[in-house]
Design a protein around this ligand. Structure first.
Ligand code: NDP
Ligand code: 2IT
Length: 454
């Protein structure tokens, strides 16, 4: 094995050697390779100028999770059949606080996807300036088509095992795809019963039992506050701007809500089956129909007539001419060909609400065509930030008003923007990818340096 000073001749050779090693050690995990590559492109040149980080092997240590637990989740469906799923928790890094990150229930969930999400979460959580480390978990369980009782039994079985690994000062999960307030409630109830304690072990809880006002809205609203910060800098605004959103779940709904409040025209939303195009623009009544459909896990095609819009089955919305695009569904939903479509149709900004919705080629294409681009670890950090504030409120045993939380959310998103400006300054522009990666890295890396070798 080559030692770091032997391969440290140039950032390029270090990067190539580092990525080769990472891919060899993490076979069959393309999403994890992608997330690390995006970060390493910025961090390798940075650690060349800041050799303490290189000598302490911080990048190598940061890309190896502290631990991963994988477990069987066994439950009974309504017909009395025994069903088995696989659950995970990736505890990636707790240098600056307890592991923190969502739980995803989706049939695609596997170890590599949760490692990419947990890795991203380290940097995102650091950017919030709050004391939270990085983690992620979930199961390859498909909530679609399941009865409420089946969802309950699955959540309880999942928590029965997960409860051994989490705690308010150890690891505090929350929601993600397929996990909202209902699932968090079932899991919280089970944890409370098993441990005989009432502690803030999950966030995104119901308001009656320790949830924070504004948490449900936080990711989507935070995304639009962040986008507004970037547009303010360019003396641009949202008024009458054509906005296309992918997804129609938690993040997408509240992104749409805030965009409408800022006077933008939300003309498209999507789900895993297709997209709705409404040239008039969504209003609150139409958005309410989307919320109700998604609460009962129905496809958008069911409500398209009521909304009075066009429906495009099996298609993504990136061919719709727009000013700004907000991918808020899932990873790798904007590939290079989609980026080409967006640019050809006049799109001037892409703001990531989902985690890693643009692949590396798409990001490169957008940036080289002068499209404003903000990466998820900065732009969607509002959700986990308010989760951290839910933890604070639980510790203090009090709750803040919706207005107080909203003001804090705006301040946090502005501070993240300022950190991106500081570390991503590029002439009179800002490289938000570089800024978010370096700012997120420094705090975690300094904590790791302070701890010595462990
Ligand atoms: P939800 O489950 O509430 O909604 C997900 C939406 O995305 C649904 O409309 C769903 O379609 C669609 N979708 C999911 N998977 C796919 C897929 N493989 N292909 C196409 N469409 C898909 O999840 P959230 O809104 O919570 O999460 C959306 C994204 O935001 C994820 O990337 C998540 O990691 C990220 N995120 C979430 C945060 C949160 O606080 N919830 C915080 C930060 C990031 P359908 O309705 O048909 O299933
Ligand atoms: O990706 C994310 O930041 C989340 N799913 C939210 C995590 C959290 O702990 O609130």
């Amino acid at each position: 094995m080559l030692h770091c000073h032997e391969i440290a001749k140039s950032p390029d050779s270090y990067f190539t050697h580092f990525m080769e090693g990472l891919k060899k050690r993490n076979i069959g995990e393309p999403e994890f390779h992608q997330a690390v590559e995006e970060v390493a492109k910025n961090i390798v040149p940075f650690i060349f100028e800041n050799k303490d980080y290189m000598e302490a092997q911080i990048l190598e240590r940061l890309t190896e999770p502290d631990r991963i637990v994988s477990f069987r989740v066994c439950w009974e469906d309504d017909q009395g059949n025994i069903r088995t799923n696989r659950g995970f928790r990736v505890q990636f890094n707790n240098a600056i606080g307890p592991y923190k990150g969502g739980l995803r229930f989706h049939p695609s969930v596997n170890r590599g996807i949760l490692k990419f999400l947990g890795f991203e979460q380290i940097f995102k959580n650091s950017l919030t300036s709050l004391p939270i480390g990085g983690g992620k978990g979930g199961a390859n369980f498909n909530p679609k088509g399941k009865s409420d009782r089946e969802i309950m039994r699955f959540c309880q079985a999942f928590m029965t095992e997960l409860s051994h690994h989490i705690g308010e000062n150890i690891d505090v999960p929350a929601g993600d795809i397929g996990v909202g307030a209902r699932e968090i409630s079932y899991m919280f109830g089970k944890y409370k019963q098993l441990k005989k304690e009432f502690t803030g072990v999950l966030t995104g809880k119901g308001l009656e039992f320790g949830g924070s006002l504004g948490r449900a809205e936080a990711t989507g609203h935070g995304l639009i506050y962040f986008a507004k910060n970037t547009l303010d800098k360019l003396s641009e605004g949202f008024k009458e701007k054509r906005c296309v959103i992918s997804g129609s779940g938690n993040v997408a709904q509240f992104a749409a809500d805030k965009l409408m409040e800022f006077g933008a025209k939300v003309i498209a939303m999507s789900d895993s089956q297709g997209f709705i195009l409404d040239e008039e623009g969504f209003n609150h009544e139409k958005l309410e129909l989307v919320k109700q459909a998604k609460l009962t896990r129905k496809p958008l095609s069911d409500i398209v007539e009521k909304i009075g819009a066009k429906y495009f089955n099996g298609q993504k919305p990136w061919g719709v001419p727009c000013d700004y695009a907000f991918p808020c569904a899932t990873q790798n939903e904007i590939l290079q060909k989609d980026a080409v479509c967006l640019v050809d149709n006049g799109c001037k900004g892409v703001f990531e609400g989902a985690n890693m919705p643009c692949n590396l080629e798409a990001i490169h294409y957008l940036l080289s065509h002068d499209v404003l681009f903000t990466p998820s670890k900065a732009a969607n950090a509002g959700g986990v930030a308010i989760s951290a504030l839910e933890m604070s409120q639980n510790s203090m045993r009090l709750s803040w008003t919706a207005e107080e939380v909203d003001i804090k959310l705006q301040e946090i998103m502005s501070k993240i923007h300022a950190q991106c400006e500081k570390y991503g300054a590029d002439g009179n522009k800002v490289d938000y990818v570089k800024g978010a990666n370096i700012a997120g890295f420094i705090k975690v890396a300094n904590a790791m340096l302070a701890y010595g070798v462990n």
